[in-house]
Write a protein that binds this ligand. Structure first.
Ligand code: NDP
Ligand code: MG
Ligand code: MG
Length: 339
């Protein structure tokens, strides 16, 4: 079993007298900054002028440009969108680095060499395994979201101590943190979201919906069976694993699970998953995504538009209007939960 680290494993004083610059004030940024401030850490925010700047200032933070925040800090946590990080790093962070510790919440840019950190800096990551709004909400409830931490470069010999102190300050050690590497965090994160959480799931849902509607069943029923009810099943899996979920469903559903599940997700699907993993490991996925961004996202935008017009989305929009208990203000939070 992997070792879990809890509050008692961190040196609470480590961040005393140190200044942390949180770069970005979005999903993760606002949660890290607020939690750390409540934990007594000296936090400043680095941003460009705009919506987040106003929000951070409203929340009572001192907000600076990215360069100014970097220059005055001991620890720089980069919480910008991954695809924008290399440019902002090159233009605004790197010129202001001396020996600050550089931190990330996802290993992509370091692992795939989009950011090459100076030899003088500790480089580490603390990645909460949940969306920022949950990181904040659980902290306020005296709980936390579990996290991964990893050390990529340890110049001071204190990188792990910093990772744990940081994880503690954002509340993650109340739930526990696991040690990993930038490579493992990046590859498993990408694989999980592509093969299972986002890509696998949306394709499974759409295929089920299409199968029912093409066979002449009402789209509303197909929507309920193939999408809406997922939440109940996922909540049960979250609480009790596959066994806990199967305990709650009917024996008929469980028998259908056993005989039909492996027919749908068969050996060929697993072979394809292995190919997806290989593309991630060999940098092929990363290269495609980097080039797609450099080209201004032509494929991303085209597919996104087509997907939003799928019949399951059209029927879903209408049905959700009739279900006020489905709270769409949580959309962003749910949307980013697989980051
Ligand atoms: P968001 O998109 O929510 O926030 C991005 C922030 O960066 C905003 O405050 C935005 O401000 C700011 N920003 C964008 N461009 C610039 C710029 N050029 N200069 C200065 N500030 C800028 O990001 P996330 O919180 O989702 O992601 C941050 C990191 O956390 C990523 O590495 C991600 O992989 C990781 N992560 C995310 C998780 C999640 O659930 N979201 C979970 C775990 C890790 P503005 O308002 O001006 O646009
Ligand atoms: Mg049923
Ligand atoms: Mg991710």
């Amino acid at each position: 079993m992997a070792k879990m680290y809890y509050n008692g494993d961190a040196n609470a004083e480590y961040l005393n007298g140190k200044k942390v610059a949180v770069i970005g004030y979005g999903s993760q940024g606002h949660a890290h900054a607020l939690n750390m401030r409540d934990s007594g850490v000296d936090v400043v925010i680095g941003l460009r002028k705009g919506k987040s700047w106003e929000k951070a200032a409203e929340d009572g933070f001192q907000v600076y440009t990215v360069g100014e925040a970097t220059a005055q800090a001991d620890v720089v946590m980069i919480l910008l969108p991954d695809e924008l990080q290399p440019k902002v790093y090159k233009e605004e962070i790197e010129p202001n680095l001396t020996s600050q510790a550089l931190m990330f919440a996802h290993g992509f840019n370091i692992h795939f060499n989009q950011i090459v950190p100076p030899k003088e800096c500790d480089v580490l990551l603390v990645a909460p395994k949940g969306p920022g709004h949950l990181v904040r909400r659980t902290y306020e409830q005296d709980a936390g979201v579990p996290a991964l931490f990893a050390v990529y470069q340890d110049v001071t010999g204190e990188a792990q101590e910093l990772a744990l102190a940081y994880a503690k300050a954002i509340g993650a050690l109340r739930a526990g943190a696991l040690e990993t590497t930038f490579k493992e965090e990046t590859e498993t994160d990408l694989f999980g979201e592509q093969a299972v959480l986002c890509g696998g799931l949306t394709s499974l849902v759409k295929a089920g919906f299409e199968t029912l509607t093409e066979a002449g069943y009402q789209p509303e029923l197909a929507y309920f069976e193939c999408l809406h009810e997922l939440k109940l099943i996922v909540d049960l899996m979250y609480e009790g694993g596959l066994e806990g979920m199967r305990y709650s469903i009917s024996d008929t559903a469980q028998w259908g699970d056993f005989v039909s599940g492996p027919r749908v997700v068969d050996a060929r699907v697993k072979e394809e998953m292995k190919a997806v993993l290989k593309d991630i490991q060999e940098g092929k996925f990363a290269k495609g995504w980097i080039l797609e961004n450099q080209a201004n996202r032509p494929v991303f935008n085209a597919v996104n538009q087509r997907e939003n017009e799928h019949p399951i989305e059209q029927v879903g929009r209408e049905l959700r209007k009739m279900m006020p208990f489905v709270n769409s203000s949580k959309k962003k939070e749910v949307a980013v939960s697989a980051n």
